[in-house]
Design a protein around this ligand. Structure first.
Ligand code: ZN
Length: 394
């Protein structure tokens, strides 16, 4: 039997000083023992100087963009509209795409990530996901420029959804963002969601001009989309903000993951939380800094005790796929947010969002959540340091 202990164990629900975790041969947790800080020498006990935490859940990624590292490197203040412009023109499908995807999948595993909520517009990542040691929930994402293209777009999404089902991979069909889904397509997705209640993910209020587009059909984002041939008459935008548009066709019973929320206001939070109890607020701080050079008002979300989650986004807007690095950016920019809240966002909340908390997200008997060790931890302040590292123990 393997037994692990460390200075601290964060179980997902509480912190144990020098606790002990016992595992069976298959790595399933048998028991979690609170020693109240008094650890006697024991046979076959592995003790680590650091903090043991559950495996990380990356609530937002685009694995199929793994070949785009550094390709969009100069947005010169154009933010998300500039990014959308660049990604449409620069996205290519190189011969070694699968190799790049596999490399990213392995990197995430090494970085202690055990489960990923991953966006797919194509089937490029499916075979890697099937072989991976990581659990994937795939969000087959749909968007298009006009009502005329809605049916074709939805059929492609449905084909990809069926391909994932054939591989026995968990999947749902989701809208990309409020501004890129004509109402006809929203209705098709909503009908499909309602037939099979699922987990929904949608990009939300990532840039300031998103709400401007919804309200006035003007602004930088509107201009970029207009140049890309978007037929605005086909977009009703029912609501006063992108968030309201996103929820308009959503089923309250679904888990809804709102991604980014960089420009969400207090009213948006209240609106969403009133709409459903199943709202998950996903933050990808490094990607926000890469694209918009701005972070969401994270204390506003964390202080309200909302179900906050963390994602890496993709290599198109990040230089690494590491949940630890995302946690460090949060800590550095908002030192008042306690480590406990941040680590819960990186583990248990993400597992609940993806409906896999029976297995992942916390250190409890019967689970196989993956076990990470965080070293170079600041024990005085009980927080991460810039030199903190993660090591996969199990
Ligand atoms: Zn994204």
């Amino acid at each position: 039997m393997r037994k692990l202990s460390a200075e601290y164990i964060y179980t997902g629900k509480k912190i144990l000083k020098k606790g002990i975790i016992e595992f069976d041969e298959k790595g399933k947790i048998l028991s979690v023992i609170d020693t109240e800080g008094k650890l006697n020498e024991q046979e076959s006990l592995e003790f680590y100087n650091g903090v043991i935490v559950p495996g990380f859940v990356n609530a937002h990624c685009h694995l199929e963009l793994s070949h785009m590292k550094g390709m969009i490197d100069n947005l010169s203040g154009k933010g998300l509209p500039g990014f959308i412009d660049e990604i449409i023109s620069k996205r290519n499908f190189p011969d070694d795409l699968e190799k790049q995807i596999s490399k990213a999948d392995k990197e995430m595993y090494r970085n202690g990530i055990v489960a990923v909520g991953d966006i797919s517009n194509t089937d490029d990542s499916f075979s890697i996901k099937q072989k991976s040691s990581i659990y994937y929930q795939t969000f087959v994402e749909a968007f298009t420029i006009s009502e005329e293209k809605a049916e074709e777009t939805f059929l492609t999404a449905k084909e990809n959804f069926e391909k994932l089902k054939m591989r026995k991979l968990s999947a749902s069909i989701v809208p990309h963002a409020a501004y890129s889904v004509p109402d006809a397509l929203y209705k098709m997705i909503a009908k499909f969601e309602n037939e099979t209640p699922k987990i929904i993910s949608v990009h939300n209020q990532e840039t300031a001009s998103e709400d401007e587009l919804i309200n006035k059909r003007k602004g930088v984002l509107a201009e970029v989309l207009d140049n890309k041939g978007f037929i605005f008459e086909d977009f009703l935008y029912p609501g006063n903000s992108a968030l309201q548009v996103n929820l308009n066709y959503s089923n309250k019973k679904n888990n809804i993951l709102l991604i980014h929320n960089t420009f969400s206001k207090k009213e948006d939070i209240d609106y969403a939380e009133n709409f459903s109890e199943n709202m998950y607020w996903v933050f990808c701080p490094l990607s926000n800094l890469y694209i918009e050079k701005k972070l969401p008002d994270l204390p506003m979300f964390f202080n309200k005790n909302l179900k906050t989650c963390i994602g890496t986004d993709s290599y198109a807007s990040n230089t690494e796929l590491s949940i630890l690095s995302e946690m460090k950016v949060i800590t550095e920019n908002f030192p008042d947010i306690p480590f406990e809240r941040i680590i819960r966002s990186a583990t248990l909340n993400g597992a609940k969002a993806l409906k896999i908390d029976d297995k992942f997200g916390s250190i409890e008997p019967g689970k196989t959540p993956g076990i990470n060790l965080i070293t170079s931890f600041d024990f005085k302040k009980m927080t991460l340091k810039s030199e903190s590292k993660v090591k996969v123990l199990l």
